[in-house]
Design a protein around this ligand. Structure first.
Ligand code: CO
Length: 166
């Protein structure tokens, strides 16, 4: 399991729901947290490690087991408010763009034991949840970027495309 980068097509593939029969879930989740921490991230979606399932992990502190969250088959039930802030993505090293997101989101999800939860998130955690949820829908930062920001970041995006091609 390894981090993959834009424009790897696995980031755009359809992601299937997980079932309790999916083997080795705890081990795979542990590996994902390791990859996320090693790369100094606060969220990581399964397709970013080439695994096309509806799962993402988050830790707004960037470390420490007590703030770790696992979202299996999540669904954003509702969203309210809006806020524009800069964000990055481990699959786009070096890219930081301003993205408009809901201020508060209501999410239904299962944990690693397939227990169902419904929880409201706001602030930074709401931003992480919406960013990672986008990954499960095959939506990347490049799809949230304004034309002006695309022009401003063209060199970096070209570099990522060249690196993938070679
Ligand atoms: Co991302």
């Amino acid at each position: 399991m390894d981090l993959i980068y834009y424009p790897n097509p696995l980031l755009r593939k359809k992601n299937r729901d997980l079932t309790p029969d999916d083997g080795n879930l705890p081990e795979k989740i542990r590996q994902m947290f390791e990859i996320m921490y090693r790369n100094k991230g606060v969220g990581l979606a399964a397709p970013q490690v080439g695994w096309n399932v509806r799962l993402f992990i988050a830790n707004p502190e960037g470390g420490g087991a007590e703030r770790e969250k696992v979202f299996v088959n999540p669904r954003i039930v509702s969203s309210s408010g809006s806020v524009s802030e800069a964000e990055g993505c481990l699959s786009f090293p070096g890219l930081y763009i301003t993205v408009n997101r809901g201020l508060e989101v209501d999410v239904e999800y299962r944990d690693a034991d397939f227990k169902t939860h419904r929880e409201t998130f706001n602030g930074f955690m709401a931003r992480i949840v919406q960013h990672e949820y986008d990954h499960l829908e095959g939506i990347l930062m490049i799809h949230r970027i304004s034309q002006a920001e695309k022009v401003r970041n063209k060199r970096l995006l070209d570099e990522l495309e060249e690196r993938y091609a070679s």
